[in-house]
Design a protein around this ligand. Structure first.
Ligand code: COA
Length: 170
């Protein structure tokens, strides 16, 4: 079954209703998050049925950092890599915004933690933990593509200079 991930407008009434439904289905015990802030995505089946969602906001603590604020996949569709796709679209958005870091937290949630690990996140200990006492905190450093290209160009130039110096007959 083909699943598509669509970026959605968090101020659109129909989208708000779908996000509310998905949050209720996936995280019935959690306080509902408003979609009025940040960036949101919905995963749809080929029959246009919404089956997953995810949000990304700017971190409250760090200016150049995005926070994977919430995600969920309806249980029938879990284990098919949808959360990993939802992480990747958020990472792509964060890179577009030139943010340097992504962070998240998990609480007693091995599936969520493992999908973060698969997408390259590492555990860290924030100086001011913001979630529960036993929450795990995750971060990933993002290097902007343009920075990488510039960095590689500089490195190559330096290496060529160094090689020239080293091989130059005395
Ligand atoms: C957490 C959640 C979003 C994961 O969605 P998903 O689409 O099933 O995740 P993926 O298939 O992309 O990846 C899940 C990973 O966890 C692993 N996993 C799944 N269930 C697991 C379990 N019970 N214990 C350990 N690992 C588990 C999978 O093998 C996979 O690992 P991999 O990347 O090494 O292959 C989904 O379980 C969910 O919606 N849960 C309820 C809502 C929730 O907890 N949201 C997150 C907090 S906001």
């Amino acid at each position: 079954m083909a699943i598509t991930i669509q970026k959605v407008d968090g101020s659109d009434q129909k989208t708000i209703a779908i996000l509310r439904y998905l949050q209720k289905e996936c995280l019935p015990a959690d306080v509902m998050l408003s979609a009025s802030q940040g960036y949101w995505w919905i995963a749809y089946t080929d029959k246009n049925i919404p089956i997953g969602f995810a949000g990304l906001t700017r971190s409250n603590s760090w200016f150049d950092c995005g926070y994977l604020c919430r995600a969920g996949v309806i249980w029938e569709y879990q284990g098919k890599g949808i959360q990993k796709r939802l992480i990747r679209v958020r990472e792509a958005q964060a890179r577009k915004l030139k943010w340097n870091w992504l962070i998240s937290d998990t609480y007693q949630n091995p599936a969520s933690a493992n999908s973060l690990i698969s997408c390259g996140f590492k555990l860290f200990e924030p100086t001011s933990p913001w979630a529960f006492k036993t929450s795990l905190y995750w971060r990933k450093r993002l290097v902007c593509r343009t920075k990488t290209k510039k960095y590689v160009r500089q490195k190559t130039n330096n290496m060529q200079k160094n090689t020239t110096k080293k091989t130059k007959p005395a």
